[in-house]
Design a protein around this ligand. Structure first.
Ligand code: AVJ
Length: 321
């Protein structure tokens, strides 16, 4: 893939390689072992996630789209945004709903993603459909480069899909505070958050009958094999989704099916996994309005709107300084 000449780079392939090495070294040394979810999304992982969004069991994408379709005009009216800054690409259809609603005021669209692979192409497609709109894709890690993102105009910062749930509470609060610090008085944050609901539905959403999520989970092992010269056998691990009621988040785990040893060449590391040992590969926090409002408040953001879909499964919040 060619990222195209118009992509702003705050993160090079070398930076990414270094942070993968650091994350894997730290995560495999921890007890229990963890791997951060940001490494799922190579080309295959991104395609698997797209498949997940179309599964019957995986409701968040569908529900968020329903809310956006209903509320995009209100979002446009309340924000009068001149710039749409989208953290995390790959929500093309939802972006289009927002772009259409904001057409009256919007001058620029800034998609931000850690991977430039598809960013340039997706941005070119959007630019072609919206003549007059300046499209400025940025390759950056939104947990670390918030203050390098453009700040001109009235910004609507969209962080959709429930991805904020991948951050543990402390990181989430630091992220929201960091974001707030970059916001002017006219800026607004549009935040998608999945909601707490019955355990059975949550677990099925993260452990579907067709096994797509299992493949997605194991994909992180393939990424590590390729990027760090490792020899994980994905078939020697089993995918699990567990509801952590105390923390109100779903955990995805990979459980070792036997005693085994894995070699990670690039780290000069050999790891022993015991049979049944579980490695945590993702948390996906689920929210209640009160907790969300208080976390936003702690970051200096006021909850201006809180919308859900008809079934009350998912939420979209509009927050302001
Ligand atoms: C893209 C982070 C929102 O947490 O629901 C889907 C990723 N993991 N199935 C989520 C995911 C397993 C997803 N996010």
């Amino acid at each position: 893939h060619s990222p195209g000449e118009s992509v702003d780079l705050f993160l090079t392939a070398d930076d990414l390689a270094k942070s993968l090495r650091r994350d894997v070294a730290e995560g495999l040394a921890a007890s229990p072992r963890t791997l951060p979810p940001k490494w799922f999304y190579d080309e295959r992982g991104s395609a698997l996630f797209e498949d997940i969004t179309r599964l019957d069991e995986y409701y968040p994408t569908r529900r968020e789209r329903e809310i956006l379709a209903a509320r995009a005009p209100a979002i446009a009216e309340e924000t009068g945004a001149t710039m749409l800054l989208e953290l995390g690409a790959g929500s093309g259809e939802k972006t289009r709903l927002l772009l259409a609603a904001l057409a009256g005021t919007l001058r620029s669209y800034v998609p931000v993603d850690v991977s430039g692979d598809f960013l340039g192409e997706a941005a070119a497609a959007i630019a072609a459909d919206h003549p007059g709109l300046t499209v400025r894709p940025v390759v950056a890690d939104y947990e670390h480069h918030l203050n390098q993102l453009p700040t001109d105009g009235r910004r609507l910062i969209a962080f959709l899909g429930g991805t904020i749930g991948n951050m543990p509470p402390a990181a989430r609060i630091a992220f929201l505070g960091g974001l707030r610090a970059t916001m002017g008085p006219e800026d607004a944050l549009l935040l998608g958050c999945d909601l707490v609901k019955d355990e059975e539905r949550l677990v099925r959403a993260y452990d579907d009958a067709a096994g797509v999520t299992a493949e997605f989970d194991k994909n992180v092992l393939r990424v590590i094999n390729r990027e760090l010269d490792a020899d994980f056998d994905p078939d020697a691990f089993e995918h699990r989704a567990v509801w952590n009621a105390a923390d109100e988040w779903i955990e995805m785990r990979l459980r070792s099916l036997r005693d085994q040893t894995v070699r990670i060449g690039a780290l000069d590391l050999t790891c022993a996994f015991a049979k049944d040992e579980e490695m945590r590969t993702e948390i996906s926090a689920k929210f209640r309005r009160e907790r969300l409002e208080s976390e936003l408040g702690a970051a200096g953001l006021r909850l201006a709107e809180f919308w859900t879909d008809e079934a009350g499964d998912f939420s979209l919040s509009l927050a302001r300084p």
